[in-house]
Design a protein around this ligand. Structure first.
Ligand SMILES: Cc1ncc(COP(=O)(O)O)c(C=O)c1O
Length: 465
């Protein structure tokens, strides 16, 4: 305590006084490559406010969000029901996180979540997607008594060391060895799965039902067949639905698209937060939890200081309630079908546009080698410098000219991924398709600003080698 009148902490004043320094502060104190990258591609905006699928800059321009904060904004920004639940939980002054009592909200959220995967019985709450995956990896090892985890090439399950050990991309792994001795198989390769299982040391197989990187679906029947093989060899099926879960793909969980699939462990995070309070959840079968927490001595054997905190639980409960009331899953399916249909119709029109895929509101747009000589030399120049530059050439004008935020779906990929908030409808679909058509028209004209920008990207890529 200091003498005199207590100083009030005034967030509004702090932001008003220092908000303009945001890019400098990041350059100085945080990951300095972020502001550098944003400046390079002209994404260094100052946004003033946000709501639903939009945010606005200081001049009042609206930006359509087709990225949803990497998927956490399932309901869009500042959903009034989630916001009210958070106000309510703060106002309730609960005796939260005593750690030696049982609070009602975690139980209620677990009950509600489990209703969407009735074959599962229990939930562990952590604080992020990667933590949900780490939990599943630990539980699988402990419950089966076996050490090895299988995962898919190109998989993404988070960036902490356990999750990194099942990451299928060298760009993320390189330089962080030693990782755990896990093994990659190709998505859909049942022979490889069986070969590895036969070695008898596999605790589980972790898989995204639709891979985030490149938006690749597992082939029809693969999850079911993988599950049968795993059961035969006493390994667990771990579904990572951190991105695909909670309606993203037009089903509540993407694994539900295929009849008869019942993962033993299920990882959820992102959208459960309502875009407000980080949360992760690992759902699993009763016997798995009973093995991990086999005695009173082991009550804290896997735990997290912030796990089950009241704000996260309140946000999660509000999210699930809105999903039901506003039929969010059905909307994701409807809007996703419409968007994919409209984009697929453009494939014949644009030689650089090769594929539109995905389910619900998880859509991949893939570009590829053009057929005409005129465009082919430009395409080849880009590919020689670095794969993925054309997709970046599309993302940039979508943002700068049309104020639509998208992302390239992973390094060295000519794929754009669309994962907008699940509340988008016809208006957003039309805006995106109109903008995309205009960008494709520019690209296929073979000249102009877009290809000039391509040349700049080539120079940068060469300089960065
Ligand atoms: C499938 C999947 N698993 C795990 C994660 C990691 O989640 P988090 O960033 O919350 O740790 C992600 C993040 O993008 C993801 O897409």
């Amino acid at each position: 305590m200091t003498d005199g009148a207590p100083k009030e902490f005034d967030l509004g004043k702090l932001l008003a006084e220092r908000g303009a320094e945001r890019y400098e502060l990041h350059s100085r104190h945080l990951n300095h490559q972020l502001p550098r990258m944003l400046r390079t591609i002209g994404f260094d905006k100052v946004y003033e406010r946000a709501e639903g699928a939009y945010f606005w800059d200081a001049e009042g321009n609206d930006y359509l969000d087709m990225l949803a904060g990497f998927g956490v904004m399932g309901l869009g920004r500042h959903h009034p029901v989630v916001r009210k639940a958070l106000h309510d939980v703060l106002d309730a002054s609960l005796a939260d996180l005593t750690r030696f009592d049982c609070q009602p909200l975690p139980g209620l959220l677990a009950e509600k979540l489990l209703a969407h995967s009735p074959h599962l019985d229990r939930v562990f709450f952590g604080n992020s997607g990667t933590e949900a995956v780490e939990t599943a990896l630990k539980f699988a090892r402990y419950a089966t008594g076996k050490p090895r985890i299988l995962y898919c090439a190109h998989a993404f399950h988070g960036l902490t060391t356990g999750s990194l050990s099942v990451n299928g991309e060298a760009g993320f792994r390189d330089g962080f060895a030693p990782l755990l001795p896990d093994t990659a198989i190709a998505l859909g390769d049942l022979d490889a799965l069986e070969r590895e299982l036969k070695r008898g040391d596999v605790a589980g197989f972790v898989v995204e039902p639709i891979q985030g990187k490149g938006v690749h679906e597992s082939p029809p029947g693969f999850l079911r067949a993988a599950q049968e093989l795993l059961r035969r060899h006493k390994g667990l099926l771990i579904a990572d639905e951190v991105q695909t879960g909670l309606g993203r793909t037009g089903d509540f969980y993407a694994y539900q698209h295929e009849e008869g699939v019942e993962p033993d462990l299920l990882c959820v995070a992102k959208a459960l937060s309502g875009g407000y309070v980080p949360v992760g959840a690992t759902l699993g079968k009763d016997w798995i939890f009973k093995r991990v927490y086999s005695s009173m001595d082991r009550v804290l054997v896997h735990s997290a200081s912030f796990g089950s905190n009241a704000q996260a639980m309140a946000a999660g409960l509000a999210v699930l309630s809105v999903m039901e009331d506003q039929e969010i899953v059905a909307n994701a399916r409807r809007s996703g079908d419409l968007l994919r249909e409209r984009l697929t119709a453009l494939i014949g029109r644009y030689e650089l546009l090769h594929d539109v895929r995905g389910r619900g509101l998880m859509i991949g747009i893939e570009f590829g080698r053009p057929s005409s000589l005129k465009l082919r030399s430009r395409w080849t120049m880009l590919q020689a410098a670095r794969k993925g530059l054309f997709a970046q050439m599309v993302v940039v004008p979508l943002f700068q000219k049309h104020r639509i935020l998208t992302q390239v779906s992973g390094d060295h990929l000519e794929v754009i991924k669309l994962i907008p908030p699940l509340v988008v409808g016809e208006r957003e679909v039309e805006r995106f398709v109109g903008a995309f058509t205009s960008v494709m028209d520019d690209a296929h004209s073979g000249g102009g600003l877009m290809w000039d920008f391509g040349k700049t990207l080539v120079k940068q890529a060469v300089a960065n080698r």
